[in-house]
Design a protein around this ligand. Structure first.
Ligand SMILES: Cc1ncc(COP(=O)(O)O)c(C=O)c1O
Length: 374
């Protein structure tokens, strides 16, 4: 059994993907070929936003908007402590300081009630709070009404890290539209994943879009050799774009399948586990299906039982960002963000992908019942 079954998906679209790859080989425009622009158009209309700027990864999708805003030394960026390293790494790479916020225990997303305290901490440390990076963890959008309200009240730039969140919704509004700028990742395991690295940035802001397009290719101005700002080699590869066009074509049907699988888990898993909570009018793209176990010891037992039965499981994330070695210099200690720490010790993600067979899912559910004794 696979944690994410990409070969099963590939079988369905193999011919179309091979044709797309052949087209790229035939026209030979490996850098910024027509597929890159075709994909951007399609993503833009899927998400319903004015600009889509494809890029080389979800990480570049975060650093490019921060660069466009000129964020650097002396600036503070507030973010969640319960995310993948890239969310906070980009802040520190630019010389700015990450200020970590705790999360809701039920959704694992940034708790807007912690924003004021994080803001005050930045001021106390003599930093200028400039931005918030919120994360749509495991496919579920963060609580944007409140996050956005706070950002506006303090004039902070809101960057939505929807690396895991593409396809999620709040009241029928799609993820990747909730920030001043939003970005996603096409890492193969993501809801919309390619066959390599990739990402995309979304915004309705014309001026920022132009800057971000320039930063994506070495800060270019009028042409390739007119360089007006610092930038990156942050382009999406034409082959990846070609593949993603075909993956996007089946994305809606895969979202329905993911939601069906999540429902089966939630209805049938033992009530001894805390199951994912989806707030009213929210829609998840189920990048992960994650349970909460009683404690770390119990989780270890469950992981080894699953493993013994050939069932893969993963821990996202074992160490919250504020306790990662790389951020030791920031001075956080155990106990500072108790919810993130507690969840890190109890979370466990089960196999989740659109092609998970019902028989495999029943086997996972039955195996977990063995240990929960109900
Ligand atoms: C929340 C989050 N942010 C950012 C990233 C970075 O994306 P990428 O791996 O495409 O650079 C990831 C990917 O794992 C992620 O999960």
């Amino acid at each position: 059994m696979k944690f994410i079954d990409l070969p099963a998906q590939q079988k369905i679209i193999k011919e179309k993907i091979e044709k797309r790859i052949k087209d790229v080989l035939d026209h030979g425009q490996y850098i910024m070929g027509p597929e890159v622009f075709e994909l951007e158009e399609k993503l833009k209309s899927y998400v319903d936003v004015k600009h889509c700027i494809s890029c080389s990864s979800g990480t570049d999708g975060l650093i490019i908007p921060l660069m466009a805003k000129g964020i650097g030394h002396g600036d503070a960026v507030i973010t969640t402590s319960f995310s993948y390293i890239a969310t906070a790494e980009v802040i520190a790479l630019l010389g700015a300081t990450p200020i970590f916020c705790d999360i809701y225990s039920k959704t694992f997303n940034l708790d807007p009630n912690g924003l004021e305290e994080a803001y005050d901490k930045a001021i106390l440390e003599g930093l200028k709070p400039k931005a918030i990076i919120s994360v749509d963890l495991f496919g579920l959008p963060a609580r944007y009404r409140l996050i956005d309200e706070f950002a506006k009240s303090k004039n902070l730039f809101l960057l939505e890290d929807a690396a895991q969140g593409f396809g999620g919704e709040i009241k029928n509004q799609k993820a990747c539209t909730f920030g001043d700028v939003s970005s996603t990742s096409f890492f193969p395991a993501k809801p919309l994943g390619g066959y390599g690295d990739g990402g995309a940035i979304f915004t309705n802001n014309d001026e920022l879009a132009e800057k971000m397009r320039s930063i994506r290719v070495h800060g270019g101005g009028k042409d390739k050799y007119d360089n007006i700002r610092l930038g990156l080699n942050g382009r999406l590869d034409t082959f990846q774009a070609a593949i993603l066009i075909e993956k996007l074509a089946i994305f809606e049907s895969e979202l329905i399948m993911r939601n069906k699988i999540a429902k089966i888990y939630s209805r049938n898993l033992s009530s001894n586990f805390i199951k994912p909570y989806i707030p009213n009018k929210y829609f998840s793209s189920w990048a992960q299906y994650s349970l909460l176990i009683k404690n770390k010891k119990e989780r270890d037992k469950i992981i080894s039982l699953l493993k013994k039965n050939g069932i893969p499981s993963m821990i996202y994330y074992k160490i919250p960002l504020h306790l990662q070695k790389v951020f030791k210099y920031l001075g956080y200690k155990t106990g500072d963000l108790p919810k993130s720490e507690n969840i890190s010790n109890r979370i466990l993600s089960l196999p989740m992908h659109p092609y998970l067979k019902r028989s495999d899912q029943d086997f996972i559910i039955d195996t977990l019942r063995l240990l929960s004794h109900d």
